[in-house]
Design a protein around this ligand. Structure first.
Ligand code: PRX
Length: 635
């Protein structure tokens, strides 16, 4: 029997050792016993990081939708597969069973075929968080088309770049989307983008907001009438293990976004296995990940991972602040959510609102609280733990990336003892390494360096679409025979990992390496501080000095800013040392954030350096208006 479900710490260590000692044997057992194959593999793994060339389960044939849908029908046909919670709380939730999902995916797949989409073609999906999005993803996989989901908050320019980069022939969109009290004209954005996309032959439009939109004859089609006519039977295309399943774009430090290409078999096995263990999923659980399917978190842990386990997965169309900041907790109570997976930025925004909006709701169904996307600061961790988890639900701080396809470093709830701000231990099969500045591996505990992975895992991206050289240069050139993550991390005295942030966010002050995340943690400890971001700026003597942008809570205390500055630096001195004190502290009403909630430090760095003539591309910002405000008040 393979170790598909890990239930205690001893077992974790035992399975981990087995997965490292003989990865091929380990993954073969998992793949063999828990998935549906049309044909088994000839070889479990072949790899060469110098090229890089990685292949898992070569020779195997399968269709991922048979694993996510068909095989559950006999036992879970009437179980809810997708639970859709609309933006408007007064609109009824939709429970889509596995039987219904099967029919709807097949119909959608047949519509794609009728528009000449074939195996290997790229399909761009630019849809809001409505069931059609998940169904479209699965429909592509059903017929072997490669989906490229573009988050429906990206601008027309960003969309056009992504459509053209992977030469998509069809675009799926909707007449518009709801976002809290607002609506967004998605079709208008698509029309604008397509002026620059000569390769797109057809656009299928789902109806969501019932707005007046223009339809281009011969190119644009309403989805619903096509679906209604389509057959509910669609034989799954038999795919090879290494056929690309999807492309997902992630921003690089420079230039074009990178179209990360994920495989079929390896991705499926790893997404499913991590989901089962990292969320300790049990048959009647109702699992909710608040991410958008436009990001990797949504691909792996809203769609593929949960459905491969026959789970009930919630799709939430709305935002945490609508109709008020209690919405998440209202949904938890309403659907009796058991696992809740969100991002630190959301936790901080909610924490700012006070606890009465949390206490209003019954959260007793919760068993596991997840965090992903950025380091979770200590204050947010405790707020989440105390007020949402009531100190009973473990917080799993999951570290991973678009490129890794699945969760890489994480506690396993009820198995791994947690530690605030630590992602703790590598997941089964993952071999992290910390590297020093001279490219030597730092052995032992209590070390800090650049985080690499030494051995392939099944869900790793295989290439960058159309640019294998860039894939090699970005991830496999910094250290020989290693995948370089771009992150810094430390390993504590018991071997727990803490991610210290992107390596490009490390600031060297008077010859000392300082991660911005721990300093921000310290600043956020101050009771008047809501959020902070720290960047470096050039300093005559120290090389670099630290500039802190600080958002204050609305405490109404009206304390003098000079006193606050002193107190903040005192806290930093206490937590890290005087070396990490901030030379400048600017109080601000907001921080520039990407639509996925990440602080855009590049802009803050430029402002701190008083280099505001060319701030680069700010089109992906959620709140571009704060930039000018920060510039006007720069110290
Ligand atoms: O810096 C790490 C940070 O997010 C990066 C990956 O971003 P993306 O590809 O957008 O994927 C996000 C969702 C998986 C990483 O290189 N990151 C992600 N999770 C964590 C994190 N940093 C600290 N702690 C985490 N749990």
């Amino acid at each position: 029997m393979s170790n598909y479900h890990i239930k205690h710490l001893e077992e974790y260590y035992q399975v981990y050792r087995k997965s490292i000692r003989n990865p091929e044997v380990f993954w073969e057992e998992i793949a063999e016993e828990h998935f549906m194959w049309r044909k088994k593999w000839n070889n479990v793994l072949s790899w060469d990081f110098s090229k890089p060339d990685v292949k898992w389960f070569e020779g195997a044939q399968l269709n991922i939708t048979e694993n996510c849908i068909d095989r559950h029908l006999s036992t879970r046909g009437n179980k809810t597969a997708i639970l859709f919670e609309p933006n408007n709380p007064n609109e009824a939730a939709q429970h889509i069973t596995y039987n219904q999902l099967h029919e709807r995916v097949n119909q959608f797949a047949n519509v794609l075929k009728s528009k000449a989409v074939k195996r290997g073609d790229r399909v761009c999906i630019y849809l809001p968080m409505i069931p059609e999005l998940a169904i479209a993803v699965l429909a592509c996989a059903r017929i072997g088309a490669i989906h490229s989901v573009v988050f429906a908050g990206f601008s027309a320019t960003a969309l056009a770049t992504r459509i053209n980069d992977s030469d998509c022939k069809l675009v799926l969109t909707s007449d518009g989307s709801y976002r809290g009290a607002k609506t967004i004209d998605l079709k208008g954005i698509v029309d604008e983008a397509l002026e620059h996309c000569p390769g797109v032959q057809a656009v299928l439009v789902a109806k969501r907001i019932d707005s007046q939109i223009s339809m281009k004859t011969g190119r644009d089609y309403w989805l619903e009438p096509l679906l209604n006519k389509a057959s509910k039977v669609c034989e799954a295309e038999v795919m090879n293990a290494e056929d690309p399943l999807f492309i997902l774009y992630t921003s690089g430090s420079t230039g074009q976004p990178k179209g990360m290409v994920h495989s079929t078999a390896g991705y499926m096995v790893y997404a499913a296995y991590t989901f089962k263990n990292v969320f300790q999923y049990r048959e009647n659980d109702v699992y909710w990940c608040t991410a958008d399917i436009g990001w990797i978190t949504g691909h792996s842990y809203i769609v593929y991972g949960p459905l491969a386990n026959g789970a009930t997965t919630v799709m939430f169309e709305g935002v945490p602040s609508y109709p008020d900041f209690g919405r998440f907790w209202e949904v938890v109570e309403k659907h009796k959510i058991t696992q809740f997976y969100t991002a630190p930025t959301a936790i901080r925004a909610l924490a700012k609102q006070g606890v009465d909006l949390v206490e209003k709701y019954d959260l007793s169904s919760l068993k596991v609280l997840g965090s992903v996307g950025e380091p979770i600061n200590e204050e947010a961790w405790h707020w989440y733990n105390d007020n949402v988890g009531k100190k009973k639900s473990p917080i799993i701080d999951t570290w991973w990336q678009t490129e890794t396809g699945g969760i890489m470093i994480t506690p396993i709830p009820y198995v791994t003892p947690t530690k605030p701000t630590y992602a703790t231990l590598p997941f089964i099969g993952i071999q992290p390494a910390l590297m020093d500045d001279n490219a030597n591996e730092l052995k032992g505990n209590q070390v800090e360096g650049r985080l690499c992975i030494k051995y392939p895992w099944p869900a790793m991206a295989r290439t960058i679409w159309g640019n294998h050289e860039r894939y090699k240069n970005t991830y496999f050139s910094a250290y020989k025979n290693m995948y370089f993550t771009g992150d810094g991390a430390l390993r504590d005295e018991v071997g727990y990992y803490r991610i210290t942030g992107r390596v490009d966010d490390v600031i060297i002050v008077s010859g000392h390496n300082l991660g911005t995340a721990p300093i921000e943690d310290a600043v956020n400890e101050h009771p008047a501080v809501a959020e902070s971001a720290i960047v470096g700026f050039p300093h005559d003597i120290k090389g670099n000095a630290l500039y802190g942008y600080v958002i204050l809570k609305d405490t109404g205390e009206g304390r003098r800013h000079d006193n606050l500055r002193k107190e903040i630096n005192q806290i930093i001195t206490e937590h890290i040392g005087p070396i990490a004190k901030l030379d400048k502290i600017q109080f601000t009403g907001g921080l520039p954030k990407t639509r996925s909630g990440k602080i855009m430090r590049r802009i803050l760095r430029k402002i701190a350096c008083k280099d505001t003539s060319n701030l680069g591309d700010t089109s992906t910002l959620l709140n571009p208006e704060v930039v000018q405000d920060i510039i006007n008040n720069v110290l």
